[in-house]
Design a protein around this ligand. Structure first.
Ligand code: ADP
Ligand code: MG
Length: 715
């Protein structure tokens, strides 16, 4: 037998291949669904004499002149003459010697570009061109122009897509009977729709392709919406089958005592949402609820009350926040409320190390700590709970998608092996846990909190699986925040205002600009501003807070500021979420134009928490982009978080909402929730039928459209 030759080493990927992967174009189906942005009509030739100023056309002719001239600047001028003797000047301001050669006199060229009526007759600037023979055929279909990138030439992508389209598994999966709704009846099958959209015939009405009203587009959008509805409704059904411990407050227990001990009365809205949550907790299915309420509306205490219900019922509660600072604040606030009531609270973050960490881990594992507060460190493998009944995730949208998935996994692993005896306190001696196989699949309840409200349309479609509670009023006695927008040139004036505010005993935040590309620059800027303000306010303590400080230092600075000794806090966006210092009543945000709208709103929410009138100053450096302008205007015009969210959606579109961008999993690629509401309605109605009667088709549909992303949508 001949000796087996060693397997060939995998070929290194070419730059365009890598660029395709970066765009998420991995499978044939991904390529098939990568649709053109627009089309170029290369199916016909326009005689030069008939081309009108401003038209983008394709012409053909013989090169009769080719020279480099200095007309103000060096340029390549190529003259083309067609059969009828009309001339066209091709003008290149940037060119390579090879390009000059490729347009040598005597060659026949096919060129495409926009016609301009120039001083020297008809001309095209930087047309695309290629050498042809007299019998080179014209394109049979419109030429697609795809979203591409610098490393990925159109020609390469066109070829890859055309061949992927042939291979892609595009057979009809939807039962024809289901496609008989009035709105879906006339739509072409998916394969036909895609072939049409990639290579429309010359007589296709470009308008309907561009505004996506063409039946081929409608089919595509319907498919997408259907997949998304299927995945949502399936997740909902799966969740309904899960078990969870039914948690109820004990009469005279922690819940009652906490309510009685609070230093304030709950607002009506807080009472209402707390009741909604309590009802969910009392059910033997896991709660999956979002608590939304504007910044400062008092979500933390609602979470504490939910925790108290769980603890009353003998179960632990974990509360997670996206940053150490925020987690620490929660920790302090919760200790303040709960430790006097004899609840042990554990504290787990990345910065708690060594013995202290072990102690916390032990307390969580033994059930001695009934409330566990921390960052996402709480969901690390090493952390074990005795009986986790409720997980609360604060500022949920700030957690990355990967972290949200990890959290779900952790939760799923938590209670599955625990016995379900209700009500017994966790600290009591319990028999060894039964084997996992004997226990019903169950999960802890989950409460997510966010100050960024989900617009109704999104809630209905993406989060059909999510119950929503809304706190729609602020605690009494808050004075509204006045927001002013200033050019950075008036910085000195602002610093004087700060000096005056500080003399009146008020406290000030100064938020430094966000420099996404460079943490180092971010820091430099914050340090410089810190020096500038320290020099301008020699009598005052001016602190600095940034993400790179060790947590103990951060904590020290925060405690000086919340204790009132420090009057000005210069900070990077680490203070963005949740920080609560009621006496701080002036906030300056530098380079406000660099922040997103919801981020600005979050930042501004750090002031206006006490009864003093608060001011937020947005400093900007021009020139402002249109979206920059609309963001700042929105901030100046309203402090209502729901209105801000609505405008944010207008400015950015739903795809970028909810941090979808960072996950790479765009929410909807083709359909638009508002515009395609009728298709969405049809998809919502069909999804249950499909799940009930054609489960295999439903699964194929979800897999085709969402692939691995279905998991993300659930997280
Ligand atoms: P957020 O919803 O932004 O997380 P917090 O829970 O941090 O808001 O609450 C903001 C501030 O309002 C805290 O100082 C909190 O103690 C206080 N607070 C919450 N509820 C009430 C209430 N009903 N009456 C008065 N103050 C309240
Ligand atoms: Mg909060």
């Amino acid at each position: 037998m001949p000796e087996a030759s060693p397997a060939p080493a995998p070929r290194p990927k070419s730059a365009p291949q890598k660029a395709m992967e970066k765009l998420g174009l991995l499978r044939d189906i991904d390529l098939a669904l990568h649709l053109p942005l627009r089309y170029e009509d290369e199916t016909r030739l326009t005689p030069i004499a008939e081309a009108r100023d401003g038209d983008t056309v394709q012409c053909e002719g013989e090169v009769v002149d080719n020279r480099i001239e200095l007309r103000g600047r060096r340029q390549l001028l190529v003259k083309l003459r067609d059969e009828r003797g009309a001339q066209l000047l091709l003008r290149f301001l940037h060119f390579y010697p090879a390009q000059q050669k490729a347009m040598a006199i005597g060659l026949r060229l096919r060129v495409r570009g926009e016609i301009r009526a120039g001083f020297f007759g008809r001309e095209m600037v930087h047309p695309s061109f290629r050498k042809v023979d007299e019998d080179t055929p014209l394109a049979a279909a419109l030429t697609p122009v795809y979203p591409a990138s610098a490393q990925l030439p159109q020609a390469y992508l066109r070829k890859a897509i055309a061949s992927a389209l042939k291979r892609a598994p595009l057979d009809e999966v939807l039962p024809p009977a289901l496609m008989q709704l009035p709105i879906t009846r006339g739509l072409p099958p998916l394969r036909q729709a895609l072939e049409f959209l990639h290579h429309p015939p010359p007589d296709a009405r470009l308008q309907t392709l561009e505004d996506h009203s063409h039946p081929a587009w409608q089919r595509l959008k319907f498919e997408e919406l259907l997949a998304q509805q299927l995945s949502q409704q399936r997740a909902q059904r799966e969740r309904a089958l899960l078990k969870a411990p039914a948690l109820r407050a004990a009469p005279g227990g922690l819940h009652e005592r906490l309510l009685a001990a609070l230093p304030f009365r709950l607002t009506d809205a807080q009472q209402r949402v707390a009741e909604e949550i309590a009802q969910d907790l009392a059910r033997p299915q896991p709660m999956h609820r979002l608590l939304q309420g504007d910044v400062g509306s008092g979500k933390t205490v609602v979470a504490a009350l939910a925790a108290a219900v769980a603890i009353d019922a003998g179960w632990q509660c974990a509360l997670m926040a996206p940053t150490e600072i925020l987690a620490e604040q929660h920790f302090r606030k919760l200790i303040g409320w709960l430790e006097p009531l004899a609840v042990k609270v554990a504290w787990i973050t990345g910065s708690v190390k060594g013995k202290a960490r072990q102690k916390m881990l032990d307390a969580a594992a033994s059930g001695e700590a009934m409330l566990i507060v921390g960052t996402h460190a709480v969901i690390e493998d090493k952390v074990q709970f005795k009986r986790l009944g409720l997980a609360v995730i604060d500022e949920q949208h700030r957690f990355g998608v990967a972290q949200r998935l990890a959290l779900r996994k952790k939760l799923q692993s938590q209670v599955a092996h625990l016995d379900m005896a209700p009500g017994a306190p966790a600290t009591a001696q319990r028999p060894a846990a039964p084997a996992a196989s004997q226990a019903p699949a169950q999960e802890p309840h989950m409460l997510m909190m966010s100050a960024t409200p989900i617009p109704r349309t999104l809630a209905m479609t993406y989060f059909a699986d999510l119950a929503v509670s809304t706190i729609d009023e602020l605690p009494p006695g808050r004075s509204p925040i006045v927001t002013r927008v200033f050019a950075d040139s008036r910085r000195d004036e602002i610093i004087e205002k700060i000096a005056a505010a500080v003399r009146d005993g008020r406290q000030v935040y100064w938020v430094c600009p966000l420099i996404e590309e460079s943490e180092a620059l971010d820091l430099k800027n914050a340090t410089e501003t810190h020096q500038e303000l320290s020099a301008a306010l020699p009598q005052q303590m001016v602190g600095l807070l940034h993400g790179r400080m060790p947590p103990s230092e951060k904590a020290a600075v925060m405690s000086l500021f919340s204790g009132g000794q420090m009057s000005v806090l210069v900070a990077t966006t680490v203070i963005e979420v949740g920080v609560d210092v009621p006496n701080a009543s002036l906030m300056v945000i530098e380079h406000a134009e660099r922040f997103g709208l919801s981020q600005l709103h979050q930042l501004r929410g750090r002031v206006g928490r006490g009864s003093v009138a608060s001011v937020c100053v947005l400093l900007y450096t021009g020139p402002l982009s249109d979206t920059g302008k609309s963001r700042l205007r929105a901030m100046a015009e309203t402090t209502d978080g729901f209105e801000i969210a609505r405008r944010d959606l207008d400015i950015r579109g739903p795809g970028e909402f909810m941090g979808a961008r960072q996950s790479g999993a765009q929410l909807l690629r083709f359909a638009d929730l508002q515009e395609d509401a009728p298709l969405l309605g049809a998809a919502r109605r069909l999804a249950p039928q499909l799940l009930d009667q054609h489960p295999a088709a439903a699964a194929a549909q979800v897999d085709r459209w969402l692939g691995g992303k279905a998991e993300y949508l659930k997280a």
